[in-house]
Design a binder for this molecule. Structure first.
Ligand code: ZN
Length: 349
């Protein structure tokens, strides 16, 4: 729920829209990156077009200068400029205060926590703000809590935080933690079950040319696959009903499981839920991956969910080229178990 994340997302969406328009103009373009790193390709294409029309060197240089100027302007327009004033406007006009506070109230009466007392879940929730009073001077403020939703809204307006972190619900209002901590009465009571899915964990299988923080539409599809598998598992295998997905603001997604049964899980139980979804992929080229047959029902369902997306988005050259490039299909054949080696050898020819 980081505000800066929302701003970044809006910018990313805008950049994505621009990119989509650009793609419509470039029917042969298969590079769908958000970044402006395909400029050299455009320049190459323009240069070959120029030579085909026998343009004089002077005209080509002038055209090149015009293109460079245009590219610089586009780069400047896409540069992230942080504006505290815009952030203030965002909090005043766009930030979903009511949605956030009514969620955090967990109020079955539907009053949205408006009748909160200091013992309500809302009042015992920890909020942390990251503020930046002057550029580069970042301050992280923990243990804030608010009796009424309107108190939170007022604090956000006053502090203009660059980032807001939602903490746990404690036994007492976190703002009183100093006086309570020595008595041993101040403890965590509940918190949502949160999963963080990050594209950087997929670097080994991202074959679109991206790694680390670099993300394109092709690798973002992997986040969509992860969401579909996790969503089904959380709902069907664990019976959770209140699962909310958020763009993490950088390179992945967060799942917030908000059912009361999830909020009150012990740390051991949280680890067990996470471990349930883990598939040991073994070591180099999946040599250590041993899946038993028949597949565990969770894996069988994941297979059904993923297979059509695998065919559409992983295999072809418009996806991750698993069957479209020699080095990739050789890698895939190399991952087959020893019993399939004659088949792999025949296919590799
Ligand atoms: Zn990518």
């Amino acid at each position: 729920m980081a505000a800066s994340a929302d701003v970044q997302q809006a910018e990313r969406e805008e950049s994505s829209r621009k990119r989509e328009r650009q793609q419509q103009d470039e029917s042969s373009d298969q590079e769908a990156e958000f970044e402006l790193d395909d400029e050299p390709m455009q320049t190459d294409r323009a240069a070959s077009a120029a030579s085909a029309q026998q343009i004089t060197p002077e005209k080509a240089r002038a055209a090149e200068a015009a293109r460079a100027k245009e590219a610089a302007e586009v780069a400047k327009a896409n540069e992230t400029v942080f504006s505290p004033e815009l952030l203030r406007t965002y909090y005043a006009r766009l930030f979903p205060h009511e949605l956030l506070t009514s969620w955090m109230a967990y109020d079955p009466t539907g009053a949205g926590g408006t009748g909160s007392s200091s013992t309500s879940l809302f009042a015992r929730r920890e909020w942390s703000f990251t503020i930046e009073p002057s550029p580069g001077d970042e301050i992280y403020i923990r243990y804030q809590s608010f009796v009424q939703p309107s108190d939170l809204t007022a604090a956000i307006a006053k502090r203009n935080p660059h980032k807001i972190d939602i903490g746990a619900v404690f036994t007492h209002p976190p703002k009183d933690h100093n006086t309570l901590q020595s008595s041993g009465k101040f403890a965590t009571e509940q918190r949502e079950l949160v999963f963080d899915i990050d594209l950087t964990d997929y670097d080994g299988v991202r074959c679109c040319g991206c790694s680390g923080a670099k993300i394109c539409q092709r690798c973002w599809k992997m986040m969509s696959m992860a969401v579909k598998v996790m969503e089904r598992g959380l709902r069907e295998d664990f019976g959770f009903q209140h699962v909310a997905w958020f763009y993490s603001g950088r390179r992945g997604v967060h799942a917030w499981v908000c059912d009361e049964s999830a909020r009150t899980l012990s740390n051991e139980a949280r680890s067990a839920v996470a471990a349930y979804f883990e598939v040991s992929m073994g070591t180099d080229q999946n040599k250590g991956m041993n899946l038993s047959h028949p597949l565990h029902p969770m894996l069988g369902r994941a297979y059904d969910v993923l297979e059509p997306m695998f065919v559409d988005d992983i295999l072809p050259s418009t996806g991750h080229s698993l069957l479209a490039k020699r080095e990739q299909w050789e890698g895939l054949l190399g991952s087959l178990p020893p019993a399939a080696e004659p088949v792999a050898a025949a296919l590799a020819k």
